[in-house]
Write a new protein. Sequence first.
Length: 76
Amino acid sequence: MLGNATAADHDGQITLVNIFEDSTFGLGGPYPYWWGWFNWPWWWHHFNGVGRTAWTVKLEPAQPVELGYQWHYYWR
């Protein structure tokens, strides 16, 4: 996710992604294919990170599970 993850229910694991070193974030390069579609302001990387939230839950047949998280994102 673009922004800063702050909470995840169901014991979700929150990690900050280093977009320059994590090859799973931008397959085929340091950035995802859509990164160049935007003109990122100079201050964006200072205030916003890139996060990943992952859950390990047991899924029961025909029973929905809602996985919730909270995050914030700064923009001018």
